[in-house]
Ligand binder design. Sequence first.
Ligand SMILES: Cc1cc2nc3c(=O)[nH]c(=O)nc-3n(C[C@H](O)[C@H](O)[C@H](O)COP(=O)(O)OP(=O)(O)OC[C@H]3O[C@@H](n4cnc5c(N)ncnc54)[C@H](O)[C@@H]3O)c2cc1C
Length: 422
Amino acid sequence: MTQVAIVGGGWAGLACAVELAGAGVPVTLYEAARQLGGRARRVDWNGLAVDNGQHLMVGAYRATLGLLDRLATRQGVAQRPLVLDLPDFHLALPRLPAPLNLAWGLARCRGLGWRDKLAAARLMNVLRETGFRLPRDEGAGRFLARQQQPASLIDKLWGPLCVAALNTPLASASAQVFCHVLRDSLAGDRADSDLVLNRADLGKLLPDAAQAYLARHGGRVRLGTKVERIARRNGAWFLAGPDEAADRVVLATHATRVPELLADLPELAAVVRQVSTMDWQPILTLWLRFARTPRFPLPLLGLGGDQDPWAFQRDDLAAGLVSLVTSARGPHLDLAPAALQSHYLDLLARRLGPLPPLLDSLRIVEKRATFSCTPGLARPDNVTALPGLYLAGDYTAGDYPATLEGAVRSGLQCATLLQQGA
Ligand SMILES: Cc1cc2nc3c(=O)[nH]c(=O)nc-3n(C[C@H](O)[C@H](O)[C@H](O)COP(=O)(O)OP(=O)(O)OC[C@H]3O[C@@H](n4cnc5c(N)ncnc54)[C@H](O)[C@@H]3O)c2cc1C
């Protein structure tokens, strides 16, 4: 019998497994797929390693960056001061202590009038005074309007930021979670607002190194092993599928898998109800391979408003590689792939000038990339009503929207709770 079973080898399950194995706790990680990483994984594209979806981190992702440090893969990311560059908007934060960096950045920002800049500064002051806590949650669009944020400021700054961070359209996004994002990215330590750009494929950043770490620390990883159900038998947890028993279980799957796995545990019916009401948002990534690397003035460029893609220069993976990523539901998903590609190439050329010949492209739509981060959404706790059974994953209770940081924090939190016997 394994001491701790971790079901799911995404970033939440891996963070938990590494933490426990490092503390000498025997763990077995069960992963249904043939590879680790879940929604943040390497994909093979005709022999080229790319990501299932372009990911971006920020300096405030302390748990994730700490995990990369622990696994010695931090050199696979590049951290640089925040620059948001859109067609008629440019905000760059200087290397000054917070909040001076934001004040200076806003003062120098291109594309916003003085009215916009003052409104942005006023909003940040109001939020700072209230500790970034709202008396009640509401739609981010409504909240910004109530805070008298001008439409131009919402279009150019708050909208793109909210959709990129929460992967939920502004009108239906949680104002409270958006405020958490503002707190941690724009109002924390200077380096918290830094952009952290991947300079290696997602597999190298975490799954490969975590698997090697687990092997060195006596952890077992069982790939291609789907757990069908979790049940209580003879004082232990029984995992149907692999048909193995465990003292304790950390369930670290996508939320949509939770109801079937917990179907035999009526005590957890409330959790099943909570996750069953969650709505999902897609993310579309278009990989473009050009004959040579187009010249990017910055490694990350916005191509338009909140329904248009962000472009990333990914020549770290191969010369000529560019990824375009569009968050949330929107009209782009109704376009035929060829029409979408030609529209996106047009937007890219408007920013970069004539593009080199295109050799190949790959379109990936992750339909259930993240939960819709809506106002007042109830998310299950890491501890459940059944002692010894924990929930990890980006959807569990926390300040963050569905992100790598939310996933990693939840995994680490489960490891802590489990060791405390909570
Ligand atoms: C395209 C895309 C772009 C994104 N961009 C960003 C970004 O820029 N920044 C950011 O911070 N976040 C981003 N995210 C969100 C981030 O990837 C997720 O929040 C995070 O990866 C979730 O990790 P997780 O471990 O909670 O869940 P998952 O990654 O879903 O992991 C769950 C794992 O459980 C396994 N599993 C499921 N059922 C079973 C079973 N029955 N038995 C065994 N194993 C099972 C699955 O195969 C999977 O590997 C993006 C997501 C996508 C899809």
